[in-house]
Design a protein around this ligand. Structure first.
Ligand SMILES: [Zn+2]
Length: 134
């Protein structure tokens, strides 16, 4: 897609610190990292959001993300590598890999709170009903 910044990185029209590439995916360092080594892994095919992306491409991206975790962890002396799909920034499906330390001071990604009494069961029921319908 012509106006997509990630497609431009794939086409080498925009420079990026690429750490891995194969026929189907590209992985490069985020220019605004939460931690050094914060990596984005993207499919070379342009799909806006994960929900729009064919399952075989999603599976491929996650397998490659998993394979990159060990080199990221080892090269940056991280305790573990966090993975997230945020989906509100660049409209080209991508997975974030963030080398983390157990005591690195980074906040959780989300604010968390308890369900009001009985609400969790209602939400669970709503979701199960949709899963049941194809
Ligand atoms: Zn794109």
């Amino acid at each position: 897609m012509e106006s997509c910044i990630f497609c431009k990185i794939i086409a080498r029209q925009i420079p990026a610190e690429i750490i891995y590439e194969d026929e189907t995916v590209l992985a490069f360092l985020d220019i605004h990292p939460t931690k050094p080594g914060h990596t984005l892994i993207i499919p070379k095919a342009h799909h806006k959001m994960m929900i729009d992306t064919p399952e075989n491409i999603v599976a491929d991206v996650f397998v490659k993300a998993k394979r990159l975790m060990t080199p990221l962890k080892q090269s940056l002396s991280a305790d573990y590598v966090a993975l997230s799909v945020v989906g509100v920034d660049v409209p080209h499906f991508h997975v974030h890999l963030i080398p983390r330390g157990t005591l690195d001071g980074l906040a959780d990604f989300w604010l968390r709170k308890k369900y009001p009494e009985g609400e969790m069961q209602k939400v669970g029921k709503k979701i199960r009903e949709k899963i049941g319908k194809k």
